[in-house]
Design a protein. Structure first.
Length: 344
């Protein structure tokens, strides 16, 4: 393992995020120093830095975590400091007690860490008095509010583009996989070509997972976002596509697995197999049609002037004894794909 990989990201984060964090820290420092007299407003600056997150929903969550953690840590440190004094061992004891209290209350990891950090900072940087504790809590609240407001005011990020891209990419790859499977049922394939066909089909799983994560991120970015109303329909279309394409990807992988396991060159001469291959091509056409319809007209509107192709009845003759299991399996999966695309 390369050592730089443990502390370096594969790509840089958005420069805008860095600028927003810097603005929030400076603003929190200035405002807190003006409103709360005393030591430098370190708590306010740290709170603002932690609260500025990629989405407003994450910012709100961090603000709550930060505020709860600081209040709990400051209270624990102040009580122990007043009772036992400000000796170095009291600082360590307060930190340990704060962490144990967070564990006992089942606080989140972020909140638990903040409880311990706050207890440590209060006794190491300040004095154990009620007034000092109240001032540090006020500093934290000021920093958290300013961090959230800066994230709200400076171009709130909306992660809709990646959601649409991943969803459409999954649909396009499903269509290509259906075409490749139809080709394997129409023309003889070598064992190496069949293994490659299966490996390629299995790539649909990580693509589906990536689309799910992108849509989750998009929904997260819309929470509390004033721009959310404008783009919420686009996220809904991506979700509807994923709800359709997810089960189809499972069927495509299963069909490919069945073909690879039970393949023999003579299968391409089966009339029913040729009919299934034609239906797979039609299904690929309809998947692409759904992708273009979602991008242009909406999730439930067909693309103008181009009807679905997977609507004609499938005429199947009795397969040979060597191929009836595979033909039956393909027909079941093809029927499920048909249900997802055009309804029962």
């Amino acid at each position: 393992m390369r050592i730089p990989a443990t502390f370096r990201s594969p790509r840089r984060g958005p420069l805008l995020q860095v600028l927003k964090s810097a603005i929030a820290v400076v603003a929190a420092w200035i405002v807190a120093a003006w409103l709360v007299q005393g030591p430098p407003p370190v708590f306010a600056a740290i709170a603002a830095l932690l609260v500025v997150q990629p989405s407003l929903n994450q910012s709100f969550t961090k603000a709550i975590e930060r505020s709860i953690g600081v209040v709990a840590g400051v209270v624990i440190a102040s009580v122990l400091g007043i009772l036992l004094g400000t000796h170095p061992w009291v600082t360590l004891l307060a930190t340990a007690v704060a962490l144990l209290a967070a564990w006992a209350l089942k606080l989140t990891p972020g909140t638990s860490n903040q409880v311990g950090i706050s207890a440590l900072l209060v006794l190491s940087l300040g004095t154990a008095t009620p007034g000092y504790a109240v001032d540090r809590v006020l500093e934290t609240l000021i920093g958290a509010v300013i961090g959230f407001l800066v994230n709200l005011a400076v171009v709130p990020p909306v992660a809709v583009g990646p959601a649409r891209e991943k969803s459409d990419g999954l649909g396009s790859e499903i269509a290509d996989a259906l075409d490749r499977l139809a080709g394997a049922l129409s023309h003889p394939r070598t064992r190496a070509e069949l293994e490659e066909l299966l490996l390629t089909a299995r790539l649909l799983r990580p693509m589906r997972d990536a689309a799910e994560k992108a849509i989750d991120d998009a929904n997260d970015s819309l929470t509390f976002n004033p721009r959310g109303r404008q783009v919420r329909a686009a996220v809904a279309r991506a979700q509807e596509e994923l709800d359709m394409f997810g089960p189809i990807s499972t069927q495509v992988i299963g069909m490919t697995r069945a073909v690879v396991d039970r393949y023999d060159p003579g299968i391409v001469d089966e009339p029913s197999v040729r009919a299934i291959a034609e239906q797979l091509r039609r299904a690929a056409h309809d998947v692409r049609l759904r992708v273009s319809a979602g991008a242009v007209a909406g999730p439930s509107d067909p693309h103008p002037g181009e009807p679905p192709a997977l609507t004609r009845p499938l005429q199947v003759t009795a397969p040979s004894a060597d191929h009836w299991v595979l033909v039956g399996s393909l027909l079941v999966d093809l029927h499920r794909i048909h249900e997802n695309l055009v309804g029962d």
